[in-house]
Write a protein that binds this ligand. Structure first.
Ligand SMILES: Cc1cc2nc3c(=O)[nH]c(=O)nc-3n(C[C@H](O)[C@H](O)[C@H](O)COP(=O)(O)OP(=O)(O)OC[C@H]3O[C@@H](n4cnc5c(N)ncnc54)[C@H](O)[C@@H]3O)c2cc1C
Length: 416
């Protein structure tokens, strides 16, 4: 059987693309080695981040570099094999992180972010997934006066872009979250029009179920190779071959390896994060997700318990787990919130798909007909899945996309 479209990857990005295509009458097969929403789109902090109007540049100030270099910091760590393997991408990341470049990149990035909640809403309603969404915002916590003042200034500027917030004193924080010890903090910013999802993997599964209800097909197989075939595509898996007219690669951090044999060298690199859940008690119950901006962890109330997520560890995709960063983070977390029993015996880890210029790759492949890319959403792929789904569907069906996709084209890397 030949499908109209095969989408490889059933994370938030692939599922949203499959949903939008099927919703407009295209017959889609979504292929993933695991059930929908089982990888990075399962393990994230579950925030739909309307406030995320700035990308995350490489630290360029000397004081920041000196802080990160000894590899003991809680928010970012690295392992040398990954630094060596991704050295060219990292060099580019450094270059794209100059203030002038970041200012331009942020403007392009904002064209996607501004649609994140409205695009999720359409899918939430259709998938009957309202019970997974908490529209209570989330709280950014600060320990240093300087950084807090700067964050308050940026929050003020974000109002112009439709981002709403409230600056909170320590007393106000304490009133909102009585179980948290705020003595080491100087204040917080409550992002009001961002949303929290109480089980990110379940939201992807709900979208995937709705996709199936619309007539879409899902197959659980590992894709081994893709090749052009009779004007369309042949997708070889560990359980036979599948055929389609069009092919979408939305395989998150695995995407670059899948398309490299076709001649695409995309400088995608992984940034790993860890999470662990802790049992909820009367003493640690929290109402909002909170991110400690100085130590670099998030704590959020999830269906499985209180989820603690870490910042970034630059490591190879298949490297063994290293719990050093999580262990350091937990020492700080436990000073803030009384957490005792872990829900799982071992922490989860997964990788953010990152690009040197901090923008995802979305659009038509430049060397092949009927091939489409959608990956590299780095720290906000859970937020940006549905808007990516919308624009990929529009592009594939010859409509004017909601967002100008030129800045996100894979052509921007030229022939590498
Ligand atoms: C700790 C942490 C916290 C985060 N917090 C947030 C947050 O609060 N908000 C936010 O917006 N983002 C957050 N992110 C980022 C976000 O999770 C990712 O950007 C997003 O999940 C990427 O989605 P994706 O669909 O591109 O990739 P994935 O969810 O990883 O999906 C890719 C899929 O492709 C499949 N696949 C890969 N190769 C193959 C193959 N060969 N054959 C078959 N299937 C294949 C995989 O099995 C996988 O299911 C966080 C990330 C981490 C690690």
């Amino acid at each position: 059987m030949r499908y109209q479209v095969i989408v490889i990857g059933a994370g938030m990005v692939g599922t949203s693309i499959a949903w939008h295509l099927q919703n407009t009458g295209t017959q889609v097969l979504m292929l993933d080695k695991r059930p929908p929403g089982s990888e990075t789109s399962y393990g994230n902090a579950g925030l739909i981040q309307r406030e995320a109007i700035h990308t995350r540049p490489f630290p360029r100030q000397l004081v920041e570099l000196i802080r990160v270099l000894p590899n003991h910091s809680t928010d970012i760590r690295y392992r040398w094999p990954a630094v060596l393997r991704y050295r060219q991408a990292l060099l580019k990341y450094w270059q794209y992180s100059s203030p002038a470049e970041v200012s331009k990149i942020d403007q392009e990035w904002q064209t996607l972010i501004e649609h994140c909640t409205s695009e999720h809403q359409e899918m939430i309603t259709s998938a009957d997934a309202e019970h997974l969404i908490r529209r209570v915002g989330w709280i950014e916590l600060h320990r240093s006066e300087d950084k807090f003042n700067n964050a308050v200034k940026l929050a003020g500027e974000a109002v112009e872009q439709g981002v709403t917030h409230k600056v909170l004193t320590v007393a106000e924080l304490q009133e909102m979250e009585p179980n948290v010890d705020f003595k080491d903090y100087v204040g917080g910013i409550h992002w009001l029009n961002s949303w929290q999802v109480t089980n990110p993997g379940e939201l992807v599964k709900a979208y995937a179920k709705d996709f199936e209800a619309k007539g879409g097909a899902i197959a659980e197989h590992s894709v081994m190779a893709i090749e052009p075939f009779e004007g369309g595509w042949k997708v070889s898996t560990d359980d036979g071959d599948y055929y389609s007219d069009d092919l979408v690669v939305a395989a998150g951090p695995w995407s670059a390896d899948l398309i490299e044999p076709l001649g695409y060298k995309i400088p995608l690199f992984p940034m790993r994060g860890y999470h662990q859940h802790f049992e909820v008690t009367q003493k640690n119950m929290i109402n909002h997700s909170m991110i400690d901006m100085d130590i670099g962890f998030a704590m959020g109330p999830m269906q499985q318990g209180i989820r603690i997520t870490t910042g970034a560890e630059m490591t190879l995709m298949d490297a063994s787990k290293n719990f050093g960063q999580l262990t350091s983070v937990m020492k700080h977390v436990k000073k803030v919130l009384p957490l005792e029993n872990a829900v799982e015996s071992e922490a989860w880890c997964g990788s953010r798909p990152c690009m040197p210029d901090m923008k995802p790759v979305i659009g038509a492949a430049d060397k092949h007909e009927h091939l489409w890319f959608a990956f590299g959403h780095s720290f906000q792929g859970f937020t940006l899945g549905p808007v990516t789904g919308r624009v990929v569907q529009q592009l594939m069906q010859g409509q004017e996309p909601l967002v100008d996709l030129e800045p996100f084209s894979s052509k921007r890397f030229g022939d590498q």
